[in-house]
Design a protein around this ligand. Structure first.
Ligand SMILES: Nc1ncnc2c1ncn2[C@@H]1O[C@H](COP(=O)(O)OP(=O)(O)OP(=O)(O)O)[C@@H](O)[C@H]1O
Ligand SMILES: O=P(O)(O)OC[C@H]1O[C@](O)(CO)[C@@H](O)[C@@H]1O
Length: 288
């Protein structure tokens, strides 16, 4: 494993203490890349929606409330479709990989990437990497189509399988290069995203036109800059089932106590959201 700390943060400053913590882009090292009109502009579902595209200069402030004399503060680049893109549809060879622990909604995310690429962007070549990072240098891959992913959101886990360990930067990027993959969608937790940054650094070092997109996965919503991570609501619901059961057990005997242990050693967000039940039943809810 490697520490991606040597990759420099892309900081842009502006008037009034404005700071943009930007994301890297392959045009940083391939400045002459041609761009193309976004295929969405011809899609009947989107072409009628005015201002559907995100302006290139749009940013989102980290803090909504600022003092009038204070600095404008840190901003992030706004996500969303751009007017122009850097791939032609038939040039794209995408792949998706899931790493780390399970979280509700992984299959829904895989399905949305596949259907979005296929129906909205006209992409036909999408590969599923089997069993986490190490799947890049194993032989097994699965071809993903809208038909293949049609029902997967009704199943738990990840249809691609997942794993920990097995991150070999050079083997992974060799495999990406050998297979002609040029868009890599990586779904996983903090370790996975560190791994994604290392992969991108190697891609940049080799000067490849390969986009790397990290999709953060956490069951306990411990990413401060977003309101809610996918799967968190389901985890809260499931926790409440356990709390209900503990309630039944505890109230059936004299001086009964229900103790429910929830995950989230560092954030405790699940416990907070299940607070309703806690106050209602006056139970102890412990985090791991
Ligand atoms: N610093 C790192 N450099 C390269 N790869 C890493 C790094 N940290 C973790 N990885 C790789 O990322 C993958 C997942 O990491 P990890 O087991 O830490 O789970 P995670 O993504 O943090 O998810 P979870 O939230 O479930 O723990 C593993 O294959 C691991 O080898
Ligand atoms: O309760 P613990 O041990 O802190 O584990 C919680 C962590 O485990 C995970 O569910 C992944 O394994 C993360 O999403 C979460 O941050």
């Amino acid at each position: 494993m490697e520490n991606p700390g040597d990759s420099q943060m892309k900081l842009v400053t502006g008037p009034g203490g404005y700071v943009l913590e930007d994301v890297p882009h392959f045009t940083d090292y391939l400045p002459d890349l041609p761009s193309y009109p976004n295929p969405l502009q011809d899609n009947p579902a989107y072409s009628v929606v005015k201002q559907y595209f995100v302006n290139d200069d749009d940013t989102v402030p980290q803090k909504v409330v600022v003092h009038k004399d204070g600095p404008r503060g840190v901003h992030f680049r706004r996500a969303g479709p751009r007017q122009r893109v850097y791939f032609e549809s038939d040039e794209v060879h995408a792949c998706i990989v899931t790493c780390g622990g399970l979280c509700p909604g992984l299959n829904t995310v895989i399905r949305e990437i596949v259907c979005g690429l296929y129906h909205m962007y006209g992409v036909r070549k999408i590969l599923g990497i089997d069993g986490g990072y190490r799947g890049f240098y194993a032989k097994n891959t699965v071809t993903l189509t809208p038909k293949f992913v049609n029902d997967i959101h009704k199943r738990g886990g990840t249809i691609l399988g997942t794993s920990r360990g097995g991150h070999s930067k050079s083997k992974i990027v060799d495999s990406i290069q050998d297979r002609g993959i040029n868009q890599v969608y990586i779904i996983g937790g903090d370790g996975t995203q560190r791994g994604a940054a290392v992969i991108f650094e190697e891609i940049r070092r080799r000067g490849l036109k390969v986009a790397v997109a990290g999709i953060p996965k956490t069951i306990d919503n411990d990413i401060p800059v977003i309101d809610k991570s996918f799967g968190f609501d389901t985890a809260v619901e499931e926790a409440q089932r356990a709390i209900n059961s503990a309630h039944v057990e505890a109230t059936s005997i004299e001086n009964g106590i229900g103790l429910v242990k929830l995950m989230g050693r560092y954030s405790g967000m699940l416990s907070c959201y299940d607070y309703d039940r806690w106050t209602l039943y006056n139970y102890a809810i412990a985090t791991a």
